[in-house]
Design a protein around this ligand. Structure first.
Ligand SMILES: [Fe+2]
Length: 135
């Protein structure tokens, strides 16, 4: 899969959509890395930026959901928490891994994050779109 932003992914809140766009850019970079591997440092920096952005974005989105009275915000928060734990584990694995482990991570990570994010936006995030529109 090659992840790209398009309007079908817009939930209708400018800040949240801008975060999703940047997350998609970073994940696309990781996807491209399996065909044309950049330096280990570049991958580590991309992972660090993605992790920081996810943390900031998820807190923003969770606060927003509480503000707009989205009833399933707790389930949604748990989905975010699981992704962050997974990302932390991958980053630790990458930092400590040998060249073979790192290559394995680069081969699979972009695709799996792309699948996670598009599924998350199109199913979970879209559940609060009517609350955004109703504001
Ligand atoms: Fe979300």
């Amino acid at each position: 899969m090659s992840i790209v932003w398009d309007e079908t992914l817009a939930v209708g809140d400018a800040a949240i959509d801008a975060d999703h766009r940047r997350m998609i850019e970073l994940i696309a970079l990781l996807e491209g890395a399996s065909a044309d591997p950049p330096s280990d440092d570049r991958i580590a920096l991309t992972l660090a930026e993605l992790s920081a952005l996810c943390r900031e974005h998820f807190s923003r989105e969770e606060a927003f959901q509480r503000t707009i009275g989205f009833p399933d915000h707790e389930d949604h928060r748990l989905g975010h928490e699981m992704l962050l734990k997974r990302l932390d584990a991958v980053m630790a694995h990458y930092a400590d891994g040998c060249a073979e482990v790192r290559a394995g991570i680069v081969r699979t990570l972009g695709d799996s994050l792309a699948t996670w994010l598009t599924t998350h936006i199109t199913t979970s995030d879209m559940e609060f779109q009517p609350y955004v529109r109703g504001r």
